[in-house]
Design a binder for this molecule. Structure first.
Ligand code: ARG
Length: 591
């Protein structure tokens, strides 16, 4: 495993050397390098420097160029406009750098030297409730961030903060006590998916029935409330029944996660109930330190800048006046656990943007309490709402939440149809069509979720998602499969880098883009912005398409050129595959 410096960083370094040799008085000035359409790179840093040194920018630029030591990376540097540098790197440098990447398992991507431990809170559905599209977003975005962060060397601890506690369990448990067989319906030898669906439909029925009773029968309501007290007091029978709800829900959750091709592990599911034993102490610490104060019997934290519509301050309620604890007390306790026991340096929350105020208050409270500080940071990776085609929050025509299972099934069905249409040409067997249909369908849903900036709302449009043209995962998957087919169809050559060859413009463009993989990942990890990885991969596939149009592999002019083109194609395939895997999307070999 050897990390490979990108051409951008090599060029940056050569320029910096030229700068400090020509203008020692400038100190270590940044040449401000970026990719450019005019040449390979452009540097604008000398403009600001000239101002600072009161010199003529073009003259200074010429002096800097003259001072750059002899090297075999820079092919041409031209002073242009008011004093920019247009920089072209040599073809040989491109191919050599890519060859170094190809020789490395990690494609030369360096580990982050400042890596720490991130506890990531994602995929957190609620017990006894149907999962909805918001839970899908958290799971998809969170899983991608897990992979990306781990790839950059971060230690990642996963936490699925499921909603498994609260007053509604009093009602559910009491109902189950009075109707003991309500959770028993289960068909023999059902597969995971059917069991999941059955579990959810049982829970749904029970939820509705107990809710109806709770709303209509005062005596039941009283018994349900008493049951909450038993639950919180740790009464064994009550806890055992609560556990049944959790277990039943997990059967359902796992069936959805499995369909999503997502690996969720039991020990990482630490729901709200997991912090129950800490709540009392969290409140005590907050009250004794003065971070929280009693107000009308409730334990509250106030903020100068958070006010309601009436202008009165809106507090974070840590403990209600009846002694009950809510969502905030749990999250504050979870922070203590994650910082003190899990030794996190970063807490990342992949949660709906509509909970941003909650997290803002929780994080600020934790800072005042000293749990968060300069060494331990918290960040909400907030995501927007999933909208229907009509631009309104995604609901069925009847106004109900869309069942996730149905949605995923539909995506798979449509994708399978797309795959089937092309299957004849590729010679796919039925089993491959079915498998690829799943990969394409689930990939489409994930990619749609990941390819726009998380915080923006996005439209759930299956037609668009499985389209072969445009910014979709299918387009990327086809690009990958096409690479494999080219490799199969050119049996008389293998991928070999030839730095001595001259490159065509499309080869250079593809090569330079391939070289940016590591830098892109570093940015994606630092900014928690998986959409930038999606954009990078889409551009990669687009460069590949242009390359195919302009540079034939099969009909290359020489054997060396053929090998070199295969080398570029092969590295593109590996980069696509790695990048897609980080997003949780499969790349079938044949499509
Ligand atoms: N279960 C919550 C919901 O469905 C999300 C939990 C988010 N995580 C947290 N630590 N509060 O909205």
């Amino acid at each position: 495993m050897a990390s490979v410096p990108s051409l951008a960083s090599t060029v940056q370094q050569r320029l910096a050397e030229g700068l400090s040799a020509a203008l020692p008085e400038a100190g270590s000035a940044d040449p401000l390098l970026r990719r450019s359409d005019r040449a390979d790179f452009q540097a604008n840093g000398i403009l600001a420097l000239a101002k600072q040194l009161k010199g003529n920018p073009r003259e200074l630029a010429t002096k800097v160029v003259g001072a750059i030591p002899e090297n075999d990376v820079l092919k041409e540097i031209e002073v242009s406009g008011p004093g920019f540098l247009n920089i072209t790197v040599s073809d040989a440098a491109i191919v050599r750098t890519l060859a170094a990447r190809a020789a490395d398992d990690r494609l030369g991507v360096p580990f982050n030297e400042a890596a720490g431990t991130t506890v990531i809170d994602y995929a957190q559905p609620n017990v006894a409730k149907e999962m909805h599209v918001g839970h899908l977003r958290s799971a998809v975005i969170g899983a991608a961030m897990v992979e990306i962060l781990e790839f950059t060397g971060e230690k990642v601890v996963r936490r699925h903060h499921i909603g498994d506690w609260g007053t509604q369990f009093g009602m559910l448990i009491q109902y189950l006590i009075e109707h003991p067989h309500e959770l028993d319906h289960r068909s023999e030898d059902a597969d995971a998916e059917t069991s999941g669906a059955e579990a959810m439909s049982n829970l749904n029925r029970l939820y509705k029935a107990s809710r109806a009773l709770f709303d209509s029968d005062e005596e039941f309501k009283t018994r349900a409330r008493a049951r909450v007290v038993d639950l919180q007091a740790g009464d064994e029978e009550t806890l055992a029944l609560w556990q049944r709800f959790v277990d039943e829900s997990k059967i359902y959750f796992y069936s959805v996660f499995e369909k999503l091709d997502m690996d969720i592990q039991d020990p990482d599911i630490v729901g709200e109930s997991g912090y129950n034993d800490m709540l009392q102490e969290t409140c005590r610490i907050l009250e004794e330190s003065g971070v929280a104060v009693r107000s009308e019997g409730a334990l509250c934290v106030f903020f100068d800048d958070i006010k309601g519509p009436d202008g009165n301050p809106v507090p974070l309620i840590v403990q209600k006046s009846d002694g009950g604890f809510g969502y905030a007390a749990t999250d504050l306790s979870a922070i203590r656990d994650r910082v003190q026991n899990l030794k996190a340096s970063t807490l990342l929350y992949v949660v709906d943007a509509r909970q941003s105020l909650h997290f803002k208050m929780v994080f600020e409270t934790a800072r005042r309490a000293g749990w968060l500080n300069d060494e331990v940071k918290a960040h909400q990776l907030a995501f927007g709402t999933v909208l229907g085609k009509d631009g309104k929050p995604f609901k069925t025509r009847e106004g109900e939440t869309v069942r996730l299972q149905d949605l995923l099934d539909e995506a798979i069905d449509r994708a399978t149809a797309v795959v089937r249409e092309k299957a004849g040409k590729v010679g796919l067997a039925e089993q491959e069509i079915v498998e690829n249909g799943r990969y394409v369908g689930i990939g489409a849903v994930k990619y749609a979720d990941l390819s726009t900036s998380a915080v923006r709302d996005y439209k759930f449009d299956l037609d668009q998602m499985v389209s072969l043209n445009g910014d979709t995962s299918v387009y990327l998957q086809y690009a990958y499969a096409r690479i494999q087919s080219i490799k199969r169809n050119v049996p008389d050559a293998g991928p070999v880098a030839h730095p001595e060859l001259e490159l065509a413009p499309a080869e250079r463009a593809l090569g330079l883009h391939l070289d940016q993989f590591g830098e892109t990942l570093a940015e994606v990890a630092a900014e928690y912005a998986p959409h930038k990885l999606a954009a990078y991969l889409y551009q990669l596939a687009s460069h590949l398409t242009t390359f195919y149009d302009q540079c034939s592999v099969r009909h290359a002019e020489t054997q060396e050129q053929k090998e070199n083109r295969l080398f570029l194609v092969d590295l593109t395939g590996r980069t696509l595959q790695r990048g897609m895997a980080l997003l949780g999307i499969r790349t079938p070999e044949r499509l």
